[in-house]
Write a protein that binds this ligand. Structure first.
Ligand SMILES: Cc1ncc(C[n+]2csc(CCOP(=O)(O)OP(=O)(O)O)c2C)c(N)n1
Ligand SMILES: [Mg+2]
Length: 803
């Protein structure tokens, strides 16, 4: 099922009629899916439903203007559009509603996302790119309202880069930069800051973005009068309209039930965006929600009788039907026949989806019951196990939870017994879990051969007369090598362009590589991130610069909700190998020395988090990441740019391994673990400790996500039997995470002779100035005394008390 994008110009009435009829059939199919979908939830077959009824007709118009290579970044109402571009059929729609975990049956997310969250596949089985110019693309939806906006900007910007930057291999991604990024959003969600930030940025960048607002006057129960000034988004955005003097937007307003006008507006909008790379806003108003917001409530509670009556009259489908009758496209009887036929098809598709959904679990149930019955036959607790087997057997449509509950509970009745069937039961549970768990957990990170831990380290090389230079020069010259080696790489951020970043790590790069590849952006962290996500999803290698680590919080929601979940929520069918460059740690004051690592670690699982101790290490991380296909944050040490480091000769080539710790000083008495700027203080303190006879081993973690994939830290604890984790995050933050890794995951507790400890910063933000730092974050004296205290406890005679 798919509609073609012929223009209405050169076609006969018969052609025209056929096209409109085909559109109507798609819309009826979509509406029937919504109606039946709601029933499936209310009868308990599906858990939650949110549907696109009331928004069908504008989506037909959008689909007609949408071409191969284009991208959608939208929200949960777009099922009609997805059907119209041929990316969603009836059975798949219901597979999504049920949460089918097979990607072949449920191509949107393999059951990970609730229905109504759409995606197409950008990647082949092995994680390599498909040819995106030969298919219609949808980036994977997320639930946070307006969360689709930042990425939309990047999807659109990619076309501009492909059109205007020379030397990039565009084959799989672009034809002359002609692709449009189409956004959809609900009227109420335009209240979010992300909407306004994106609208402004796209106007500045002049990228081919067509932004569609589906306006039904409500956001769940909240009316437009509480959402939007003047209750009218296109009215208040009028200032963005381009004119003879200034570039800006082309803005359209059109009624959502007016099929011929919608088709016309979308064709015109597409020409402006595609040809001129001018962003477009289409405000589609007078839309409805026939069944209310979602299956969680009913709109009769908050809509007036008059409004409800208006919604019936202005339902876009009945308006389209009426128009079709008036224009002799069909008669009422013909329409009824079409509708009846489609109702049947939808019921059939729904049934097929349910049968396919239930089938594997039924088979697993039969296996489990057999294993349970065998275990019962040989057990003194036969009656109890049989009961579990019988209870499982009678479930008509079992889910996996029920299968595991029965089998796992049965194990408890055979703990003291020894039989072959008990072993069979144990093995069955283990192999079942091994088979099923990945359906829910795989693809958080890349599973292709380009994943980070598959990329080999390469040491920096030095000429005999290598100079000691300001470390920022290593960063700059390495970026120079990167931009030459990878024509598809580009960097952007506040002050990243003209002056070459606030620490001169990009000095001269804009002059050399141009304003499109090394660019200044507005102060708008969330959409800087979004630019990166969208461009990375279209095959470019963006480096998004967040000026200071402290300000990453503005982008954190998008990192956490969008970037970190992308591979996971598409079951590995989309990727955005975006590199986020930032700088942080110890400098001056509350907002220039943050180290909110605990927060980041826990919120961005799915993105690597790298914390190099110097610029050579950092540059090596960029080189590694560019060979891989995963997103990462690199936190450069803010106080390290002017320190001296030796200039390597293999710039762009040396690689710091990801997930591998480095022992920077060997020792036998205690293991000190740290990273980033604090590591330098730990190294200095280790020298002072040596003077009093304490031989500390110092480990640089380098990579917080992933952390120590080779389990090297426990080997050190095995040798020293003592452990202190030093970190400048708050107490219980990153240090607790590191401690858990060593003590629990790596079984470090077995080798400890002293209580394992952490030394973190104070709970408050770091105060300003040198003393502010000294009284806020772990100092050399703090570290010395903590280690000394641990050694005193172990050997008071050798280390008499300090205080
Ligand atoms: C950030 C965020 N806040 C709240 C919600 C809960 N929520 C889901 S949809 C919705 C209303 C959206 O209304 P609108 O944008 O007009 O879209 P419509 O559903 O009317 O098409 C809300 C509040 C959410 N998903 N994300
Ligand atoms: Mg709305």
């Amino acid at each position: 099922m798919s509609n073609t994008s012929k223009t209405t110009k050169d076609i006969t009435f018969e052609d025209f009629k056929a096209e409109v009829l085909s559109d109507y059939k798609i819309a009826v199919t979509s509406r029937e899916c919504s109606l039946l979908g709601r029933r499936e939830v209310l009868t308990g077959k599906a858990k939650f439903g949110i549907f696109g009824d009331g928004k069908e007709v504008p989506q037909l118009a959008m689909a007609k203007a949408f071409k191969n290579g284009d991208f959608r970044s939208g929200y949960y109402r777009d099922q009609t559009f997805m059907m119209a571009i041929g990316a969603l059929n009836i059975q798949q729609f219901f597979a999504g509603l049920y949460g089918h975990t097979n990607i072949a049956e449920e191509p949107m997310s393999a059951g990970r996302q609730m229905g109504g969250h759409f995606a197409t596949h950008s990647l082949n089985e092995d994680g390599s790119w498909k040819n995106l110019t030969q298919q219609k693309n949808s980036s994977a939806d997320i639930s946070p309202t307006a969360g689709q906006m930042p990425r939309l900007l990047g999807l659109a910007q990619a076309s501009k880069i492909y059109r205007e930057v020379e030397g990039i291999d565009t084959e799989k991604f672009s034809v002359n930069g002609d692709e449009i990024a189409w956004g959809t959003i609900g009227n109420a969600s335009t209240s979010e800051g992300l909407f306004f930030e994106t609208i402004n940025a796209a106007g500045v960048l002049q990228v081919p973005m067509v932004m569609n607002v589906w306006d039904d006057e409500y956001g769940i129960s909240v009316h437009a009068k509480h959402q939007t000034t003047k209750e009218n988004i296109s009215e208040i955005l009028k200032g963005f309209q381009r004119d003879e003097e200034n570039s800006g937007y082309e803005i359209f307003r059109v009624k959502g039930w007016d099929y011929p006008n919608l088709v016309d507006v979308y064709q015109r909008a597409a020409v402006v965006a595609r040809k001129e790379h001018c962003p477009v806003l289409i405000h589609v108003n007078e839309l409805t929600q026939p069944q209310g917001h979602s299956t969680s409530g009913s709109h009769e509670r908050y809509k007036s009788k008059e409004r409800l009556a208006w919604e019936v009259e202005f339902d876009c489908m009945s308006k389209m039907r009426q128009w079709m009758i008036e224009n002799n496209i069909f008669t009422d009887e013909e329409a009824k026949a079409i509708e009846k036929d489609i109702q049947k098809q939808v019921r059939k598709g729904k049934q097929a989806a349910w049968t396919a959904f239930v089938k594997p679990q039924k088979e697993e149930q039969i296996e489990a019951v057999a294993v349970l019955k065998a275990a019962a036959a040989n057990s003194s607790n036969k009656a109890f196990i049989e009961k579990l087997a019988n209870e499982l057997e009678v479930i008509k449509e079992p889910i996996r939870k029920e299968i595991l509950i029965a089998t796992r509970k049965a194990l408890r009745y055979v703990t003291t017994e020894n039989s072959e069937s008990k072993t069979d039961l144990i093995n069955w549970i283990a192999s079942y879990k091994a088979k099923i768990q990945p359906k829910y957990s795989a693809n958080l990170y890349s599973e292709s051969n380009l994943r980070a831990d598959n990329i080999n380290a390469e040491a920096p090389k030095y000429k005999v007369d290598a100079e000691m230079v300001d470390a920022r020069l290593i960063m700059r010259d390495n970026f120079d090598a990167i931009f030459t080696k990878y024509p598809e790489s580009l960097i952007f951020g506040e002050d990243a362009g003209h002056i070459g970043d606030v620490n001169q790590g990009l000095e001269g790069m804009q002059e050399k590589y141009g304003e499109l590849r090394v660019s200044d952006t507005g102060i708008r962290e969330a959409t800087i991130l979004g630019q990166g996500i969208g461009m990375a999803m279209r095959g470019l290698r963006p480096i998004a610069e967040i000026q200071y680590l402290d300000y990453i919080l503005y982008a954190l929601q998008i990192m956490s909700d969008d970037l970190a979940t992308l591979q996971y929520r598409t079951n590995g069918k989309q990727k955005a190998p975006l590199i986020i460059r930032t700088r942080g740690h110890r400098l001056e004051g509350i907002w220039h020395s943050g180290s909110q690592m605990g927060g980041l670690i826990h919120l961005i699982r799915g993105i690597h988090l790298l914390v190099p101790r110097n610029m050579t290490k950092a540059a090596g991380f960029y080189n590694t990441l560019l060979e891989g296909d995963e997103p990462a944050v690199v936190v450069e040490c803010l106080n390290g740019y002017r320190l001296k480091e030796k200039m390597p000769s293999n710039l762009g080539e040396f690689k710091t391994p990801i997930g591998v710790v480095e022992t920077v000083k060997e020792g036998s008495d205690i293991t000190l673990v740290s990273y980033g700027s604090t590591l330098r203080i730990v190294e200095e303190t280790a020298k002072e400790l040596a003077q009093v006879g304490i031989d500390a081993e110092v480990i640089d973690i380098q990579s917080l996500l992933p952390l120590d994939i080779n389990h090297d830290m426990v080997k050190s604890v095995q040798k020293t039997n003592r452990l202190l984790v030093i970190d400048e995050d708050v107490p219980g933050g990153a240090s607790a995470y590191i401690l858990q890794e060593i003590v629990e995951k790596q079984d470090g507790y077995r080798y400890l002779d002293s209580k394992p400890q952490t030394l973190a910063a104070k709970e408050h933000r770091p105060a300003y100035g040198t003393d502010g730092d000294y009284f806020s974050k772990p100092s050399a004296e703090d570290i010395f005394e903590k280690v000394y205290e641990m050694m005193h406890e172990a050997n008071p005679a050798k280390f008499p008390t300090l205080f």
